[in-house]
Design a binder for this molecule. Structure first.
Ligand SMILES: [Zn+2]
Length: 495
């Protein structure tokens, strides 16, 4: 490596090492291109690391409530308590927390806790009152305020956290920059050198620029502009690709459904564990058609969140219509998550050249026997979730990311190798490629990064063991030894 770039690549003894070069012996380790997490919420992760009570690893609902109670004890009366990452499918109680649970934590602090998927929040009575949510609150478009048998809100909001968002103290610029700094350090410790931040507003976009200018952003970021509610970026003359090697404008991001966990992913057939519900679309198909068409027409990449097969169908239709309206090769439109697919949809994705941007860690977390996927989908449909093997065999470019659940490329790779559905498993090299080169392709960067080749940016991760010599089930134990960005060692284990 020299400057920012790779100048030679090859095996020991096969390439000439220039005089004066620093040499690191990594015998017995694995050198891979820096991981690219194609879909996470990097800005949000940093802020959450700063502000939220982390509930992701709580073994029971009770333990989660206890953790919030601890925070309440140390928090001034009236100040907000924010919890993040609860996952009822991991709790023996196996139910969503309600306002009653949170009222038992505190009746003097407003509390908002967000489910791991981000599509569902629970508020306590104080927070409901501040937000003015009552039994008379009309159901918001594209979301749901759960009402109890008494006609009063249960505290659960599905895909409508905007009802509470504006009441939570806003993130300051200092917090935003600090968040990006600690998120960068965390990413580097996991071998990740690039991220796709999948949905930003103008304030957050600016924070990236400030963090970069101050030297606190250490990894490359592809910035998705959330255009579900916000004004489209192209109206300001900003198009996909604008930026530099560190921060670059990504796609127009749109959301078409919610999540399986919150039972808001839109399915053709009802949920196995809630037969009255098939989830719901977050906007009518004709509205998506218009939004996708407009973004496409302006030359933007379009990236649409769709998890359930019904939502995916609608997204494919919209992308097809946009391409028909204005044919364009190399559009690289993406479906984010793309989890429950029919055979016909896989064919159409291939034909249209759509990139599924998928999160193998979802499978690691929720796809085993008796898991959340099985509960929600029932036996037959579970077999169809996240079919990596079929997609790769079809020659479809699949880009991997984490969606931050958890943010952890090696865990994601392990999950893809050990998929609960055996037929969907892929091999180590394929999984690494999905987490590197395919991620680069999904952001139009495959000529610059994603593989260790002469002339590419020197982004490299060194894993502390030889991954090709260990069993697939042991891959999750591997740790990152060193991470290099732009030819500089930015993380070194033990240093
Ligand atoms: Zn996401």
């Amino acid at each position: 490596m020299q400057g920012d770039y790779i100048v030679a690549a090859g095996k020991k003894g096969k390439i000439e090492i220039p005089k004066g070069a620093e040499v690191y012996d990594v015998t017995g380790m694995t050198v891979v291109p820096g991981f690219i997490d194609s879909h996470c919420h990097f800005y949000g992760m940093g802020i959450s690391m700063l502000r939220d009570v982390q509930l992701r690893d709580t073994p029971t609902l009770e333990a989660a409530m206890a953790r919030l109670k601890e925070k309440a004890k140390a928090t001034k009366k009236g100040d907000w308590i924010l919890g993040k990452g609860w996952d009822e499918s991991k709790w023996p109680e196996n139910r969503y927390p309600t306002k009653q649970d949170l009222d038992a934590v505190s009746k003097t602090h407003p509390i908002v806790t967000t489910r791991i998927c981000g599509h569902m929040v629970t508020l306590n009575s104080v927070a409901l009152k501040i937000a003015g949510i009552t039994g008379k609150t009309p159901q918001p478009a594209g979301g749901q305020v759960d009402m109890g048998l008494d006609g009063e809100p249960t505290g659960i909001l599905r895909d409508c956290r905007h009802l509470i968002e504006s009441f939570i103290p806003p993130v300051t610029e200092d917090e935003a920059v600090e968040g990006l700094k600690i998120a960068s350090e965390y990413a580097l410790s996991l071998g990740c050198t690039s991220v796709g931040d999948a949905g930003l507003n103008a304030y957050e976009l600016e924070a990236y620029q400030t963090a970069l200018a101050k030297g606190h952003l250490k990894i490359r970021a592809y910035l998705f502009l959330d255009e579900t509610v916000q004004k489209p970026s192209y109206e300001a003359g900003i198009r996909t690709g604008f930026g530099n090697d560190m921060i670059k404008i990504g796609p127009s991001k749109l959301l078409m459904d919610g999540s399986l966990g919150a039972r808001t992913a839109a399915l053709f057939e009802p949920y196995a564990d809630e037969p009255k519900s098939k989830g719901f679309l977050l906007m009518p198909p004709e509205v998506l058609d218009e939004k996708a068409k407009a973004a496409h027409r302006h030359g933007n990449q379009v990236s649409i969140h769709a998890i359930g097969d019904y939502a995916i169908e609608s997204v494919i239709n919209s992308i097809q219509a946009a391409l028909k309206d204005k044919p364009r090769k190399n559009h690289r439109h993406r479906i984010e998550h793309c989890e429950i697919l029919t055979a016909g949809q896989i064919e159409r994705i291939k034909e249209l050249g759509i990139i599924p941007a998928m999160q193998p860690n979802f499978v690691g977390e929720w796809a085993g026997p008796g898991s959340m996927y099985e509960q929600r989908l029932g036996d037959d449909r579970t077999k169809l979730n996240n079919p990596y093997r079929i997609l790769l065999d079809e020659g479809i470019v699949v880009a991997f990311g984490s969606d931050g659940m958890p943010f952890h490329p090696i865990y994601g790779i392990w999950s893809a190798l050990n998929h609960g559905i055996k037929d969907a498993r892929i091999n180590l090299v394929e999984a690494i490629k999905c987490y590197t080169l395919n991620g680069a392709y999904a952001s139009f960067d495959e000529d610059k990064k994603g593989s260790i080749e002469v002339g590419k940016l020197a982004d490299v991760a060194v894993i502390d063991r030889d991954l090709t010599k260990i069993k697939p089930e042991d891959v999750r134990d591997a740790k990152v030894y060193m991470t290099i960005v732009n030819g500089k060692i930015l993380y070194h284990k033990g240093l």
